[in-house]
Design a protein around this ligand. Structure first.
Ligand SMILES: [Zn+2]
Length: 472
C-alpha cells in the first residue's frame, strides 16, 4: 500500500519513528452487531472532533488520501459526502464503502473501521432489499447515550431494511425524516447544542412503540449475523450450502414436503423450489424469516449446517412479496390502455408519469417501455407542474418573509435572518438555508435596509439613503 502524506513528517523526524495517525484515532462506539456505530456516523463524529465540516475534512484530507491509496477522485469523495444519503452509502457493502473504511483506517491508524460497514456481509447476502431508504433510530438507545454522556450515535444495524426493531430495548425503530438530526456532541461548552436539543426533542416526541416478538427476534438474528460474518466472511455465499440447509429443514420439519414449508413461511412454492435447488439466492429478510421459523441462526442457513431445528409459527405481518410490483393494468389490451392513457392525459387528472401509471394500474417500467410517447409527455408535464409548484411556494415564502421583516422594522428592531425566521415558525415550512438567504436578500433589496454583517445586530440597522420612508 502506498503511504500518502509520508513526506509531510516534520523536519528532523527520525526515519524509523513509529507511524502516527493523521486524524484522531477515535474509537468507534459499540462492541457488537446490536450497537456498533455506522461508518457514516463515525465520519460525522471525526469531523466534529477536528472542528471541521464533513465536506472540508473530506476535501482536504480524506479525499487526497483515498486518491493516493485507491486512485479514486478526491472530488468524487467530496461529492459523496455531500449527498443526503451519504451515511447509509459509506456504511454499506460497496466498493465505495471499502475505500472509505480503509482510507479512514489508514488516516486514524485503526484496523477495524470496516466493521462499521456491511462489508463483512458482502460475500454472504444479496443486496436485494438490504439497505433501508429511511433513516431510523431507537429512542431508548439515544436515551442510553445521553445518560452515558456520549454522543447520540447511529447504529449500523438501523441501516438494514429487514431490521424493524431494536433488539436491546424491544422497541420499534422510528423514522427521523421530519426532524433534523446530526451525529455530533450533545453538549458544547456545557450548553446543549442545537443538534443535542433536536435529539432530545426527537426522543421525547418519538414515543416508545413496543415491537412484536418477530420484529425483535429477526433483528436480533441479523445483529448476530453481523457478528458471525466477521468470523466467516471469507466463506462466501454458496448455493449448495443454502440448498443443504433447506433440504435438511424440509426433511426434519415437514417430512420432505417443500410445499408445506413454503406455506408455513408464506412464500410461493416456486420460490421455495428455487431456494432449495440453489437456483435463487435468499434475500436477507427471507433468511431472517426462515431462521426465525426454524429456530436457528442465519449463519446456519448460509453455511448449510445440519443443526437441531424447532418449528415456530410464522408471523402474521409477513408479506408474500417483498417489493410492490405493478398493478393489474397490463392484463388489458394495449389499445385499451393506450385509449385510457390518452383520456387521462387530456383530462389533466394525472400530474406526472407515476400518477398516470398508478391510476391505470401499470408499473412505471411497463408504461415507459410500451407507451414511450405518453410517458415522455407525462414526464415533461410532471417537470412543469413541479417547477410551477416550487415557484409558487418560493413566492409565498418570500412574501411571508417580507411581511415579518417589515413587522420587525416597524417595531424598531433590526430584521436579522434569525429573528425573521423565528417569527415565521409555524406559519410556513422553513426551507433550506439558500431559500431563506434568497428571501432575505429580496426583502432587504425591496425595503432598502442594509444587510448587517454577522454579529452587528441593532447597530447596522440603518435605512439606505434612497429610502428614507422606512423606520428602522
Ligand atoms: Zn434501543
Amino acid at each position: 500500500m502506498r503511504t500518502p502524506f509520508r513526506s509531510r513528517l516534520p523536519g528532523g523526524w527520525p526515519e524509523d519513528a513509529p507511524p502516527r495517525s493523521i486524524l484522531f484515532s477515535l474509537v468507534p462506539y459499540g462492541c457488537s452487531g446490536e450497537d456498533r456505530e455506522s461508518l457514516g456516523n463515525y465520519i460525522g463524529r471525526l469531523s466534529e472532533a477536528h472542528g471541521m465540516a464533513r465536506w472540508t475534512l473530506t476535501n482536504t484530507i480524506i479525499g487526497p488520501a483515498a486518491q493516493a491509496l485507491f486512485d479514486v477522485s478526491s472530488a468524487r469523495m467530496a461529492r459523496e459526502i455531500g449527498r443526503a444519503g451519504y451515511s447509509v452509502n459509506v456504511s454499506s457493502l460497496t466498493e465505495q464503502a471499502h475505500q472509505w473504511a480503509h482510507t479512514l483506517n489508514y488516516l486514524t491508524q485503526r484496523n477495524n473501521l470496516q466493521l462499521c460497514t456491511l462489508l463483512p456481509l458482502k460475500e454472504l447476502v444479496s443486496v436485494f432489499v438490504l439497505l433501508s431508504d429511511k433513516q431510523r433510530l431507537c429512542p431508548s438507545c439515544y436515551e442510553d447515550d445521553t445518560r452515558a454522556g456520549r454522543d447520540c450515535y447511529g447504529r449500523l444495524l438501523w441501516n438494514i431494511e429487514a431490521v424493524k426493531a431494536c433488539p436491546l430495548h424491544r422497541l420499534q425503530l422510528v423514522n427521523r425524516s421530519k426532524t433534523k438530526w446530526s451525529p455530533v456532541s450533545n453538549e458544547r461548552d456545557g450548553a446543549p447544542s442545537r443538534e443535542g436539543e433536536a435529539n432530545r426533542r426527537l426522543t421525547e416526541s418519538a414515543g416508545h412503540m413496543p415491537a412484536s416478538d418477530y420484529e425483535v427476534e429477526s433483528s436480533r438474528l441479523i445483529a448476530e449475523l453481523l457478528d458471525d460474518a466477521v468470523v466467516f466472511s471469507d466463506a462466501g455465499y454458496s448455493a449448495s450450502a443454502q440448498s443443504a440447509f433447506l433440504t435438511h429443514a424440509i426433511d426434519v420439519l415437514f417430512h420432505g414436503r417443500s410445499a408445506y414449508f413454503a406455506a408455513h413461511l408464506g412464500v410461493s412454492k416456486s420460490q421455495m423450489h428455487g431456494w432449495a435447488k440453489g437456483r435463487v439466492r435468499m434475500s436477507l429478510p427471507r433468511l431472517a424469516l426462515t431462521a426465525y421459523c426454524c429456530g436457528c441462526a442465519i449463519a446456519d442457513i448460509l453455511l448449510g449446517n445440519r443443526v437441531m431445528l424447532s418449528l415456530r409459527p410464522a408471523p402474521h405481518c409477513q408479506r408474500r412479496r417483498l417489493i410492490k410490483r405493478g398493478g393489474r393494468g397490463a392484463r388489458r389490451s394495449k389499445d385499451d390502455l393506450c385509449a385510457e392513457l390518452d383520456t387521462l392525459i387530456r383530462s389533466g387528472r394525472a400530474r406526472n408519469a407515476t400518477e398516470a401509471a398508478q391510476s391505470v394500474g401499470l408499473s412505471l417500467k411497463y408504461l415507459r417501455k410500451n407507451f414511450p410517447d405518453q410517458h415522455a409527455f407525462l414526464v415533461g408535464h410532471g417537470r412543469e407542474v413541479f417547477a410551477s409548484l416550487r415557484s409558487q411556494a418560493t413566492e409565498t415564502f418570500d412574501q411571508i418573509y417580507l411581511s415579518e421583516h417589515n413587522a420587525l422594522c416597524e417595531a424598531g428592531v433590526y430584521p436579522s435572518r434569525r429573528r425573521v425566521v423565528e417569527r415565521m415558525q409555524g406559519k410556513v415550512r422553513i426551507g433550506r438555508r439558500q431559500e431563506v438567504q434568497s428571501a432575505q436578500r429580496k426583502a432587504h433589496a425591496q425595503t432598502g435596509v442594509k444587510i448587517a454583517p454577522p454579529g452587528c445586530g441593532r447597530m447596522a440597522a440603518r435605512p439606505s439613503s434612497g429610502r428614507p420612508e422606512k423606520r428602522v
